[in-house]
Design a protein around this ligand. Sequence first.
Ligand SMILES: [Zn+2]
Length: 403
Amino acid sequence: MNGTVRGTAAPRAGDDRREANAATVLRAVLDHGPVARSGVSRLTGLSPAAVSRQTVDLLRLELLVERPELAVAAPGVRGRPQLPLDIDDRRLAVAGLHVGLPYSTFALLDLRGRVLVRQELPNGGRRGRAVLKALLERVPRLLAAAATGPAAGRRVLGLGAVTGGAVDAERGMTVRHEPLGWREVPLRELLERATGLPVRVDNHARALAAAEVLFGDPAARRSMVQLFVGHVVDASISVAGTVHQGPPSVTGDGGHLPVPGSSARCHCGRRGCLSVAASDDTLFAAAVEQGVIARPDRQLLLAAVRAGDPRADALVRERAVVVGGALALLADVVNPDLLVLTETFSVADPAYLAAVREEFALRSHLHRDASLLVAQRFGADALAVAACAPVLGELYARPLPGF
Ligand SMILES: [Zn+2]
C-alpha cells in the first residue's frame, strides 16, 4: 500500500473552477449514484461538456467507476445508452486514528464511509507521550496488516487523526488536550513520518460533524449542531456544509453549560457543569457505587441495561434528561436544521433517544417537538468514521490532486 500525496499547496487560480466542478460532480454521484452523466448535469446545473470533462479525471483517479450493467436505453433515444456513474468503492481506502482516553480506534473506510477495518486499541491507563509513542509504533503495523485483510489490494489515500481538545487543523497539531495530558503535539508530522501517508488532523467533535455532513441526513448540510457525550462532552456547529473551526482552533465548549440541580464539581472549579453532570465518568461511577456494575466500563453498563436492570435504566434515563436539557439550550441559541446526538445509550436504544427527546421538547422554547433531534447514524462505528472524516472531507472537497 502506498500513499498518494494530495498537495496542500494552493491550486493555481485557473484551476479553481475545474477543482470545484470536479467536487460538484463527485458529490452528486455520492448522493444520487448510480447516475448517468446527463443526470449529473441536471442535478448540478453544470453543462454536459463540463460533466464529461470532470468525469474523465474522476474515472482516471479511481474515484468514480462506470456501471455498464446498469445501463438502460432511454425510450425514443437513439444511440448507445449512457453508462451510469457510481462512486468507486472497491479500489481505494482511507485510514483513520481516533485518539481517545480509555482507548484509541484505528479504522479503514471505503469512499462511501463504510467501515472495512475497525480496531480498538486500549491505552492501558497511559497518558501523555506514552500514549503517542505506543500509537506511533502500532499504526504502521496495523496499516501493513490491513494489506492482507479486508482492505487487501486497496490503495490508502491518507490517514486522518482526530483527538479531543484544541486542535489546529492547519498546523496539524493537538494544541491542548487536558485529560490526555497533551500540549503542542505535532500529530501530523509524527504520523506522516511513521506511516509515509499524508495525514490530516482535526478535533473529534468537528470530525463527527464533518462525517454527518458527508454521509448523513441532507439537513446536516444546511445547518447542524452535533453534541458528543462521552468521557468528554463537546459540541460542534456546521453551516452550509462547512464545519465551524473557531479561533484559536477551539470549536466552542459546550462542556460548561449549567445543568440545573447538579452540584458535581467540574475541573474548571465551578459546580453543575454539563461536562461533569453528563460525562461517562460520572455515569459509570454512579453505576459502580450502586453495585450495578463491578468496574466503570461501557460494555458492562450496556449489558446491564440490555438485561433490564432497573437501576441501570434509571441512571441512563437520568443522564438522558440532563442531555435533553442541554440540547434544548443549544437548539434555542443556534436554531439549526438538524441536531445530532452522539451518546452511547441513545445511539444503541431508541427508548433512550425518546427520553432525551421528551426532555428536549419540554425545555426548548423554539421547538414544540423534537423532530430535528436525531441520534448519530454510524452507531458503534462513529469514532471510526470520524477518524477518517478529515481525509474524506478533503477528498470530496478537492478531489483533483497534483496541481
Ligand atoms: Zn466547568
